[in-house]
Design a protein around this ligand. Structure first.
Ligand SMILES: Nc1ncnc2c1ncn2[C@@H]1O[C@H](COP(=O)(O)OP(=O)(O)OP(=O)(O)O)[C@@H](O)[C@H]1O
Length: 288
């Protein structure tokens, strides 16, 4: 399938102590990709590079077939970006911001804007700076999602929201994805966003791209075993970690085959939560 966004060999050094990439990533229609990583791993930097708000040292980014740093900036009509902080919005009310933003986007959906405002009970007459951080995020979403661009980049959109609002956000995004051919990249630390929304996880550890994984494949492949008796001394195929009587494997078929051959039994086994899987991937990224 043709990719809407193609990132190849992307690298960016910041100061002397941070190196992002190399990153290769393809975003195809109909998918949600979660950028997952530790604080300072480079998720926001990657989104800024896609938006041509920072320059890479090496590598290429193409949005709808166009290099983002080229003369032709028409790709910007096809992509909406919700940054972590809004610069220049402080003095303006939601009403004013909407009047400024809506005309720029030919597919602006005013009914959706009103729906989000009512859903989150957002006051539209107060200056942005006077809103709480959670309400600022809600207004920012209300001014971003209705742009109805095919590609949507969200940088930590719900970090300050209360629990019920986070759930409403998930439903909102699911509905929005259902309505047309669209794709989202979302940088998030929220387990719920990642578990419920993502099709793919692009995992970054301190700037290093650990890998991009299909969520379903990850949840199918990680298994925890409670081993009966002693562990064999050698590494078990698929072994990720071992601790007391627990073994975590990312290749259950190979693990079970080995255990059976070596007369090692297990009393129980269970799939891992996505949060635990991400922790293991990030730990592996640290060591690798
Ligand atoms: N404006 C800036 N000036 C200098 N260094 C920066 C700037 N923005 C980011 N960095 C550095 O770039 C690296 C990656 O930061 P980035 O904000 O992309 O990480 P992140 O994964 O989005 O983090 P978080 O999860 O905490 O939001 C960090 O080492 C950070 O210190």
């Amino acid at each position: 399938m043709k990719a809407w966004l193609e990132i190849s060999d992307l690298q960016k050094k910041i100061d002397d102590d941070f190196q992002l990439g190399p990153i290769d990533l393809r975003i195809v229609p109909g998918t949600i990709t979660a950028l997952v990583g530790n604080n300072g791993s480079g998720k926001s930097t990657l989104l800024k590079l896609i938006m041509n708000l920072a320059n890479p040292d090496v590598g290429n980014i193409k949005v709808f077939g166009k290099f983002v740093y080229g003369q032709d900036e028409s790709w910007k009509n096809q992509i909406s970006y919700l940054p972590q902080t809004r610069i220049g919005w402080d003095a303006y009310s939601g009403n004013t911001l909407k009047r400024l933003i809506a005309p720029i986007y030919p597919n602006w959906d005013d009914a959706l804007f009103i729906q989000i405002v009512e859903l989150f009970n957002i006051p539209l007459n107060k200056p942005y700076r006077k809103l709480s951080q959670g309400i600022q995020q809600k207004l920012s979403l209300a001014l971003t999602i209705p742009r109805n661009t095919p590609l949507l980049l969200l940088d930590e959109p719900t970090s300050f929201m209360d629990m019920p609002s986070k759930k409403q956000f998930v439903d909102l995004v699911v509905d929005w994805m259902d309505q047309d051919e669209r794709a989202i990249i979302i940088a998030s630390h929220q387990a719920e966003d990642i578990r419920k929304l993502s099709d793919y996880l692009c995992v970054i550890q301190n700037g290093k791209h650990v890998g991009t994984f299909e969520k379903e494949t990850l949840t199918e492949h990680y298994m925890r075993y409670w081993i009966h008796g002693a562990f064999p001394e050698q590494r078990i195929p698929g072994e990720v970690t071992r601790e007391k009587h627990q073994l975590i494997s990312n290749d259950p078929a190979a693990t079970e085959n080995f255990l059976l051959k070596n007369n090692v039994t297990w009393t129980d086994r269970s799939k891992l939560d996505l949060e635990d899987i991400v922790s293991h991937l990030l730990n592996a990224g640290k060591e690798g």
